[in-house]
Write a protein that binds this ligand. Sequence first.
Ligand code: SF4
Length: 308
Amino acid sequence: MTRQRFGNTVSFYVPLYLSNLCANACTYCGFSMENRLKRRTLDSGDIERECEAIKRMGFDSILLVTGEHENKVGMKYFREALPQIKRHFSYLAMEVQPLGTKEYAELKTLGLDAVMVYQETYHKPTYAEHHLRGKKTDFHYRLETPDRLAQAGVDKIGIGALIGLEDWRTDSFFVAAHLDYLERTYWQSRYSISFPRLRPCTGGLEPKSIMTDRQMVQLICAYRLFNPHVELSLSTRESPLFRDNVLPLGVTTMSAASKTQPGGYADDTPELEQFAISDERSATDVAEAVKKAGFEVVWKDWDSVYSG
Ligand code: SF4
């Protein structure tokens, strides 16, 4: 079913961490405001260096990531950063704090193509246990973010749960239910699902529910059977062995050679990481593995030049 819809291809993207400032306290994240770590926000010179380093690796599709700090890394910052970054990449996705419909519509005019906004868990009491301070404590505002994105006409919306916070089957079911609702209501947008498993980070949280590799494969297949055209995305949180082996089983999109600290591509400063990655291969090495498995690597996403 995946081959019928997506062909023999795997799309590559890379995250660009713009800032690790955060005004929230999430129990599972290295950027939590309660963790003492060196904070850094890239200025336009840093951004240019990062973009050039990433371009040299071959990517044309980028995911901008920040902590959630509205004052210092909010609309003012995005208004300057987006056009600068869009000059380098044909597809621009963001994973930042939830914004309003008007703000998304404005960012769209500045080059925004996609937004990832993960609910983390759909179980309200568990959500409250893990989101202790800041705006992210508002469960419903986060839950309704994909609605605002679709209403703003954003091309692609990414949803998902952080596997391990709650019983993974229950949360994964609600991700599917959420997708179903969104597709029925806002059929003009495309959708993707991510299924990150909880990884060790500063302040290390033990998962409440462990998902084995076998169960992850079961979940990927279940999502595909449930929805033939949703994109399924696998990050470098997973090991090279696992990533290489699940390639033919429904995954359509992969990140590669990710650095989860601001400035990580132009200069390596591992002490600022959000979480430890597992697949540390270079983009070329991952691309080679993908080709060896019989797939074509696509370094870009949809080009908005075709949307007008
Ligand atoms: S998960 Fe996001 S909002 Fe929570 S502490 Fe980390 S960066 Fe901040």
